[in-house]
Design a binder for this molecule. Structure first.
Ligand code: FNR
Length: 384
């Protein structure tokens, strides 16, 4: 039996259990993957200040994100095709997040629809929107999210065109997946995954992407999505979404101070410093390297969140120290999901909570709300 104590342990189990095509879809970045690697490496380079002889009892990680109470400054990031890591993945992850007191964000590109997820949770979750050419589709999705009680809208801005990931091409990841003797052989070594998928045939294979209505077969869905990402998206479009969605609006994918200033002008509640987990512009800096300058420039006018490279509770603390109100975790929870389903996402969140709490204490603090740059050795990012 595998003993799981770190996110890396979950990753290793997921790699064994999830078909290669879908595991690689998760564990990959665009082109040379330099930005993907920098997201993690730059966290590792930040050093903490150890403090002693301070009272470490009665600690609190509770805070708010997008104006909502959260048990710790962590939300599950929107991730496409989550239901291919494990059947019903979106529902399982949403349940684990709910139990842990953190927000779950459902991607536009999900297997399970907004209504599927809403049926299986009791508290509101967040919905992520990709801006599509078909404006009526965008409006309908916003209305569906509202009707399902979603409590924040995350509008992703860094995917007007799709960054290329070599592994996906080599693996034949498309809708429908291109099966070769090698992919079929690989499937045969993942009987547990296949068994779960067969249990939920209704959702997964008829409904490849749960939000696409009126597109009958998987081949048409593939071409529909390829054509639908809107390369013309501009700040006026963002303002129009702002007008339609009355709840908290979170703009995701900001990696530049000038864009952060434009984001403030839209009236959004929050922005996410993000490079899409290194899946879009390869060669862009890591999110954690850019976070301090964005937080400094606009942190007093808009809530600043971040994502990219979070693999431990220590990383969460470092991001908070450098100006983030909270973080999204993407791959970390997907590894948990691929490894052990809902229990694996719970394990992921438990690991992050434990590490965050212990690190905060050993840095001499009891309340996440008191964390600032003073817990870091200066300069925090000497390689930038
Ligand atoms: C993503 N991401 C993403 N973002 C988004 O806004 N909509 C989406 O559908 C997806 N899909 C997606 C799929 C997979 C497999 C991954 C790994 C990521 C990006 C995601 O929300 C987040 O920005 C990154 O995952 C953060 O980096 P880490 O935590 O994965 O390093």
């Amino acid at each position: 039996m595998t003993i799981v104590t770190t996110i890396e342990d979950l990753r290793r189990v997921a790699k064994r259990r999830v078909p290669r095509m879908f595991y690689d879809y998760c564990d990959s970045g665009s082109w040379t993957e330099s930005t993907y690697r920098a997201n993690e490496a730059d966290f590792a380079a930040i050093k903490l200040r150890q403090r002693v002889a301070v009272d470490m009892t009665d600690r609190s990680l509770a805070t708010t994100m997008a104006g909502q109470a959260v048990a710790m400054p962590v939300a599950l990031a929107p991730t496409g095709l989550t239901g291919m890591q494990r059947a019903d993945g979106e529902i399982l992850a949403a349940r684990a997040a709910e139990a842990a007191g953190v927000p779950f964000t459902l991607s536009t590109m999900s297997i399970c629809s907004i209504e599927d997820v809403a049926e299986h949770v009791t508290k509101p979750f967040w919905f992520q929107l990709y801006f599509m050419r078909d404006r009526a589709f965008n409006d309908r999705l916003i209305d569906r999210a509202k009707a399902a009680g979603c409590s924040a809208l995350v509008l992703t801005l860094d995917l007007q065109i799709l960054g290329q990931r070599h592994k996906d091409i080599r693996n034949g990841l498309s809708a429908p997946p291109r099966f070769t003797p090698a992919t079929l052989l690989d499937l045969m070594t993942k009987p547990r995954w296949c068994w779960h998928m067969l249990q939920t045939e209704r959702r997964t294979f008829r409904n490849i992407v749960g939000h696409v209505e009126g597109v009958a077969d998987t081949r048409s869905i593939s071409s529909w999505t390829a054509q639908q990402f809107d390369p013309r998206l501009d700040w006026d479009d963002v303002r129009r979404i702002r007008d339609r969605w009355k709840g908290p609006l979170i703009l995701k994918g900001v990696l530049d101070v000038e864009d952060a200033m434009r984001a403030v002008e839209t009236g959004a509640e929050s922005l996410v410093v993000s490079n899409h987990g290194g899946r879009q512009l390869d060669g862009a800096p890591s999110s954690i390297a850019i976070l301090p300058e964005i937080a400094e420039a606009v942190g007093h006018r808009i809530e600043v969140l971040m994502d990219g490279g979070i693999r431990s509770g220590q990383d969460v603390l470092k991001a908070v120290a450098l100006g983030a109100k909270g973080v999204f975790v993407g791959r970390a929870f997907l590894y948990g999901l691929g490894a052990y389903g809902q229990a694996g996402v719970t394990q992921c969140l438990d690991i992050i909570r434990r590490e965050l709490d212990m690190t905060m204490a050993l840095c001499g603090h009891r309340d996440i709300l008191d964390i600032d740059r003073s817990i870091l050795r200066a300069p925090p990012l000497s390689n930038h």
